[in-house]
Each structure stands twice: as C-alpha cells, then as structure tokens.
Design a protein around this ligand. Structure first.
Ligand SMILES: Nc1ncnc2c1ncn2[C@@H]1O[C@H](COP(=O)(O)OP(=O)(O)OP(=O)(O)O)[C@@H](O)[C@H]1O
Length: 454
C-alpha cells in the first residue's frame, strides 16, 4: 500500500521524500513534528544499515510539508505515522485517515549504570553512544550511576513494579545476573518479573548476554555493539518482548534458596580464566585472551569430574525440580565420569563477544548447552577452541550437549566455579531451567517485519 502526502510517500515498507531513498520503518527510531499554520516541519531520526559494513549509522531527515487545509490533522497523522515506528519496528504506518496510535512508554525506565564495569568507561560510553539514541527516540528514563553492588540490589529489590517500564543495565553480564536475582528474590517475584522487563546495554568485558540477544535478532555487530544494543532497546515493542530462560542453580547448601542464572555456570579452564583475569580488568575483553594464552603455554590443567544430564530429546519433557544431592540422578539421565579441561553449562549462544559455541540458540527453548572440552594435544585444543569460538565444532575434543537439566560433581579438589561470570562456591552444582522467565526490552525476532528486512 502507498500513501502520498505532498512529496512524502508512505508505504508499508518505509517512506521517502521527493523520490529520495526509502527509509525503512524499522530503521527509524523517532521524530519531532512542529506546525505553523498549514506547514508541518518534520525531523526524523533513522539508523539505516550501511550497505557494505552492515553498521547502523545515524541519519537525520528534515522536511517542510505545506499546503494542508487542516494543519492540525496533518501534524497528528504524520507524527503518529512516524512515531509509531519507534516502538513497532516494521509495523505499517497508521492509515492517513485512521486513529493515532496510543502514546508509548508511559513510564520511564530505570537505568542502572555501573561506572566500574569493563575498563571503567561505562559513563563515557553511555554519553557518547547511548544518550543520543535515547534522545532521538524520546525515550524516558531515570539514570542512576550505582555506588556499589548493594546499591544495585537495593534498587532492583525496592523499585515499585508500576513505577517503571523496565530496568536497563549499563554494565557487563555480572550486573544482569544481580538484577535478575534481585527481582526473583523479591516477595512479589512473580509480578516483578512479569512487570519489570530488563534491558541490557553492554559496557562490561564479556558482554555475552547482549551479544547472544543481538545475534539472535540479526543485529550483532562487534564494532558497534553498544549502539546496536541501544537501538534494539528503543525499538522494543511493549507487546512483543523477548522471553528469556532463567536457570535455577542448586548447591548442597542452597537448595531452599537457589541462585538464578541467565548465562552460564562454568568450571575448569573457562572459570579459571574468568576468575584469574579479574586483575586485568583495565584491558576490557582482551583480558580473557591474555589469560587463555598464558594457560595454554603453561599446560592446561585437567579436572576430573562427574557430569550427569537429562538429554534434550523430545521424550524428556521440561522438569521443575531435581533430586537432592544425596540421591542419585534418575536412570533416564546420562552420566559421564572422566577428565575435562572445562565445562560450561550455557543458557546463551555466546560466552563473550567473540566466543559463540552455540549456533542453534533460542532465548526461551528451556535448554542447557553443556560445552565440554576434553584433554587433548595443544594443537588439537587450539584448533578446536578457535573453531568453537566461531560456532564450528570439529574434532573429538569439544562437544556441545543439549540438556534439560544437569548435575556437575567436581572430583578434583580446589578450583573456580563461576555463575554468569561471578564467583560461586566450588563443589557439586545442579541446574534446571524456567523457560522464558524474564522479559527483555528488545523486540522479539523480526517475524512481523516488512519482507525486505527479514
Ligand atoms: N559502583 C558499582 N556499581 C555496581 N557494581 C559495581 C560497582 N563497583 C564495582 N562493582 C562490581 O561490578 C560487578 C559487575 O560488573 P559486571 O560483571 O557487570 O561487569 P564486567 O565484569 O566488566 O563485565 P562482564 O561480566 O561482561 O565481564 C559487580 O559484581 C560489582 O561487585
């Protein structure tokens, strides 16, 4: 369908002015409209993809459109048509004689910014890359630069559920974990996770959560991760947020108050690299590569362990509880007792911006991916690990097992165990999944985008 208003052409795919290039609705995040008598001045903010690099770049389009009999009408229709796209990526514009869409974002988002995340430049990154996008989209928010982890927990636990339209985290994966756990530990946890979706703007060193989500949406661009995340945030549609799996993690001492995981539980090499590279935070994401190289040269430590899991075949339905640690796992489970270099029980496709061993990921498929690396020669390890980082699994030394639930019992004493990149107690651990438990302020996969954008 096509509508013509003066030299402005509106269609279900996008709009153009006086025959200029088509700007897709899904690339537009906001607009301002001013009216004087019968003339409308329109400014539209769009972030179309660069043809070759694939990066999104800001475009400001300004027009004056005159000659309307009823200027108020003109303003309302254009504003409604253009504004609707900010929150409804790909929805067709309102019909020129149709009703204006209801006002979006009635409540502000609470933005929690950790000034110490990554290499310590989160505030700078926010001002440079995120704030301009929020302003273009007219996105209402309240920014809090957090003082400490306790401050983050206190705010996420106490924010009234009807006062915000979500909590946006400007930090790394660690703070996403903290906010999700705070929400799920509230007395009104069920209402809180339903009413307070979370948003993520990457400013940490790993940024695996946001990398996985953007990759799923076809919006992953490593050079411009923060900008693409901010665009996904402002383009979210309140009626089609992403539902994200949450893992319920038990240890022998916390069965009545489990931890909640959105990214991973790791043990062996990956956990050691994560924990021991903490002191190189200033390097940002490069800290992982540095430690990995060091460990590889020194010889990777073998860990003996017992990994039990419920395979993800269709016969095994979702489960919502696990046997106590003093009970054996059910006979339908597979048990592997052997040496490992590492195990990562993953709920995401990425373990870091540049490491994505899982290629078939859905945010709410209710599955763990058990990323296992077995002892092998150094060259086999390097080949396998670099392949896995790019989603290619080759050789016998690396495997990704899809499971509904797992139990991991380390048999080698001493080592690190990490949950979502944060340290947890070393010892037996088991987990199951609550499918799609939290909601994310990003639009769901582009099923209803115009054909050209799919
Ligand atoms: N002012 C602060 N506000 C919030 N958290 C803080 C603050 N200062 C230090 N922290 C610590 O930052 C940690 C969270 O950092 P986060 O994991 O989000 O970033 P990162 O480690 O750089 O990124 P990634 O997890 O992606 O590697 C918390 O565990 C907390 O202890």
């Amino acid at each position: 369908q096509q509508w013509q208003i003066g030299k402005l052409s509106l269609s279900t795919a996008g709009f153009s002015y006086a025959g200029s290039e088509l700007i897709r609705w899904s690339d537009t995040i906001g607009c301002h409209c001013e009216r004087s008598r019968s003339v409308c001045s329109l400014t539209v903010f769009a972030y179309p993809r660069h043809r070759r690099s694939g990066k999104r770049e800001r475009r400001v389009i300004r027009w004056q459109i005159g000659g309307f009999q009823d200027a108020k009408e003109c303003q309302l229709h254009l504003l409604a048509a253009l504004k609707s796209v900010g929150n409804s990526a790909g929805a067709p514009p309102v019909e020129p004689d149709g009703p204006c869409p209801s006002v979006t974002w009635p409540k502000p988002c609470l933005i929690l910014l950790n000034p110490r995340s990554g290499s310590g430049k989160a505030y700078d990154l926010f001002l440079r890359h995120v704030n301009p996008i929020l302003a273009d989209a007219d996105f209402p928010y309240q920014l809090v630069v957090t003082r400490s982890l306790d401050h983050v927990r206190e705010l996420s636990t106490s924010v009234p559920i009807d006062s915000v339209s979500g909590i946006v985290i400007v930090s790394g994966d660690g703070l996403v974990y903290e906010v999700v756990n705070s929400l799920l530990n509230r007395p009104d946890a069920e209402a809180a996770v339903r009413s307070i979706p979370i948003g993520v703007v990457p400013a940490g060193s790993g940024n695996a959560v946001v990398s996985s989500l953007l990759n799923y949406l076809g919006e992953f661009h490593p050079d411009n991760l923060i900008q693409h995340a901010a665009l996904s945030l402002v383009k979210h549609r309140p009626d089609s947020l992403i539902n994200l799996d949450v893992g319920v993690i038990q240890t022998p001492t916390n069965t009545d108050r489990p931890l909640h995981c959105v990214l991973s539980v790791t043990w062996g090499l990956i956990a050691d690299v994560d924990a021991e590279s903490e002191r190189f935070r200033i390097l940002g994401g490069a800290r992982f590569g540095l430690l990995l190289t060091k460990k590889c040269l020194a010889g990777i430590k073998r860990y003996r362990g017992r990994l039990s899991y419920l395979p993800a075949d269709p016969a095994n339905q979702l489960i919502d509880s696990l046997p106590n640690f003093d009970q054996p796992v059910p006979t339908s489970w597979t048990v592997l007792e052997r040496d490992f270099y590492t195990i990562g029980a993953l709920l995401m496709s990425h373990l870091a911006e540049d490491f994505f061993p899982v290629t078939d990921w859905q945010p709410d498929d209710g599955l763990w991916r058990l990323f296992c690396v077995y002892p092998c020669s150094r060259s086999q390890f390097l080949r396998g690990f670099t392949g896995a980082a790019k989603g290619r699994l080759e050789g016998d030394s690396i495997e990704v097992i899809r499971a509904r639930a797992f139990r991991l019992e380390p048999l080698t004493p001493g080592g690190h165990m990490m949950i979502d990149g944060e340290p947890m107690s070393y010892g037996p651990v088991q987990g199951w999944v609550m499918p799609g438990k939290v909601r994310v302020l990003m639009s769901g996969k582009c099923q209803d985008m115009p054909a050209g954008d799919k």
